[in-house]
Design a protein around this ligand. Structure first.
Ligand code: ZN
Length: 324
């Protein structure tokens, strides 16, 4: 671990040691507290000896993100005991269940719009964010991707979910919602963590306001052909005072808006990437179909393209169609 992290963890341990001593003074019969105190002392001793953060089984380094979460960890992930491994698996299963419950209603219809999505984490949990929020006859939608993968990314994803859910019903203009989400998200994310996303507000009249913050182009297809809505802003969380500008569109009955994450556009088959051109072509060809069929056709084409190559990223697809 770097000096900065070691001193952070050391401060944390010393703080916890004082708390433990206070708690023990109040409840001297609590054997669990005494055991924890011994573990904290042992960690502080290992720090003094320079052996802190080294796996006691293989003598390789323990994963730093795990030490920051739990400074008492003594074994690397490969050398957890069976009990510890089971406990970790249960935590992950629970996190995955919590995340699944945050997903919007499947095949949601609202304000003259018909939707379908596909949300597939690579591991138990995903750093992708997909949401549909009906509010006052309008439909808010978001597809985003938090930097990184796994549990840390999924925690930031749940924060984006909470921010958009709480702001979508306030009646604030979408641009202000995005600015506020950016500021709060930026203040809580660690340095180097950010999120790209496309969010928008669709009215029953077919009017759509769209913000693309550093994300892949959104695709609109229908009778008028096909159109890509490129990013007009930076990813969220990169700069607290960033400005975000809107793209306004008029969708006709039968037009479809398609959003996706890099699990699609960067999917590989060993030689090539799937790429935005292929996404655009597919959406243009399939735009007349209902959203669920468009999503299914896209997944079929992705399977054909990757030809069994392993998936490397979380995958999210969202299709929104204006109904007649
Ligand atoms: Zn080990």
């Amino acid at each position: 671990m770097a000096t900065l992290e070691i001193s952070f963890v050391q401060n944390q341990l010393e703080l916890r040691r004082r708390r433990l001593e206070e708690a023990i003074a109040l409840a001297p019969q609590n054997a669990g507290l005494a055991g924890l105190l011994r573990e904290v002392d042992s960690a502080l001793e290992r720090m003094a000896k320079g052996t802190y953060g080294i796996c006691e089984s293989c003598h390789d380094t323990v994963e730093q993100d795990r030490l920051l979460v739990d400074p008492l960890v003594r074994y690397c992930l490969d050398h957890l005991t069976e009990i510890q491994r089971d406990a970790l698996q249960r935590d992950l299963d629970l996190a995955a269940e919590v995340q699944r419950k945050l997903l919007p209603q499947p095949a949601l219809r609202a304000g003259g719009w018909e939707t379908s999505y596909h949300y597939a984490p690579l591991g138990p949990v995903s750093g992708d964010y997909c949401d549909l929020i009906p509010s006052d006859g309008q439909l808010f939608f978001v597809v985003g991707d938090v930097s990184g993968k796994g549990v840390a990314a999924s925690m930031l994803m749940t924060q984006l979910h909470a921010l958009f859910r709480s702001l979508a019903g306030t009646g604030l203009p979408l641009g202000q919602i995005v600015s506020r989400v950016n500021r709060v998200f930026g203040e809580s994310a660690l340095a180097g963590q950010y999120a790209t996303l496309v969010c928008g507000q669709a009215k029953p009249t077919g009017e759509v306001e769209l913000h693309n913050a550093g994300h892949w182009p959104a695709i609109v297809a229908g009778g008028g052909g096909v159109l890509r809505i490129e990013s007009t802003g930076l990813p969220l969380g990169m700069f607290c005072e960033a400005e975000f500008s809107a793209t306004r569109l008029q969708l006709e009955v039968g037009d479809t808006l398609f959003l996706y994450t890099d699990g699609l556009s960067e999917a590989g088959n060993g030689d090539d990437e799937y790429g935005v051109d292929r996404v655009t072509r597919l959406v243009r060809q399939q735009a007349a179909r209902p959203p669920a069929e468009l999503i299914a056709a896209c997944l079929d084409d992705l399977r054909t393209f990757t030809a069994g190559a392993p998936r490397l990223d979380d995958l999210t697809l969202l299709a929104i169609k204006r109904r007649g």
